[in-house]
Write a protein that binds this ligand. Sequence first.
Ligand code: PMT
Length: 402
Amino acid sequence: MCARQKTVLIGVTGCIAAYKSCEIVRAFQKRGVRAKVVMTEHATEFVGPTTFRALTREPVAVGLFDEPGSPIHHISLAQEADLMLIAPCTANVIAKLAQGICDDLLTTTALATKAPLVIAPAMNVNMYEHAATQRNMQILRERGCHFIEPDEGFLACGDTGKGRLADIGEIVDACLEILEVEQDMAGLNVLVTAGPTQEPIDTVRCITNHSSGKMGYAIAEAAAARGAQVHLISGPVSIPEPQGVQVHRVTTAQQMLEASQELVDGCDIVVCTAAVCDFRPAAPASRKLKKGDGTSELEHIELVQNPDILATLASCEGRRAIVGFAAETDDVVEYAKGKLASKRADLIVANDVSEGKVFGSERNEVWLVTAEGEEHVPEMDKVHLADVVLDKTLSLYDLKMA
Ligand code: PMT
């Protein structure tokens, strides 16, 4: 859902190191980058497309005529990529790329893309040192292609020398540097609550609200893209899970509280965007209540107040920045100031939800309310707003930790 999230297209070629591409996919996802995979036929001899499909939750293309949803597949893949990484890359594929030969989906896509091309070779030492391979690499370098040199060591073929696929961290860092994803939240642990809660009345009915989860998911995804380790505690929503984020699904406020309490220790930043139901039925029925059976149980549902998750987390031991949202229909900033104090938050992001605004929408206009005053943030899409909220949160975090 995040428009700013970068996409890396990972090309996997037929090499014993192909299994390491699975770890490369995971490493990108952990850094908040979307990973898609394209494979050569030979690569499928080493790892199956199903593995990559499961890891990326995206279709994995192999043949030029596979047609997974696109009439001109190599062009759509080429356009989608912010960066194309071929890792591991064989001498054969390097040679083809140097000569502009495109006889399969991977090489065709590499020729069609305008995204930066990064190649991490892996092969036998003699093949790597061969004049033909070195010349082909030189041709590609001159065209602006980035190479991540292989490591030296014991090779799968039994030889020793240069040819082992470079360290995965080194490959991913080099790509991120090229992508220029700002990693200003690297090393921070972030906890986000999102979506509505559902409080059961009986086995088929519940009390809930219209939160779609979009605001909270955008914040979680943006924090992950900026390098944070993110736990997202989500109420029931139907939007796709953000990449690079650990999602914990809950239903009720009580479950959201328990999941938050388990994760808050070691957390640097807490952002509560969830629209938690303030009340729940005191005694949910374990059957479907009848409306006309004279019992009137549905007419008089006794409610009890739910725990305040934000206030509870703010009172937990440890130093961290605490951010809440305030959904108001009038006196938006004034009520937000009250919540800032009563919930002991560092920042309240106040939004005007009157006339059906904000809930479920792609856009939002907010006021950032702190002890120092309030700042108005004009309406924008939630994806970009997420970064504005995180910028403010980071500055408060730095002040608090100074
Ligand atoms: O999900 P979307 O469709 O994108 O909509 C976004 C949103 C409207 C849900 C979001 O922008 C928002 O305003 N979230 C907070 C909704 C809310 O419950 O506001 P509140 O003013 O009632 O609560 C204030 C704060 O206390 C919130 O951070 C809330 O998460 C927290 N809270 C409230 C009650 C409770 N029992 N526990 C809490 O932690």
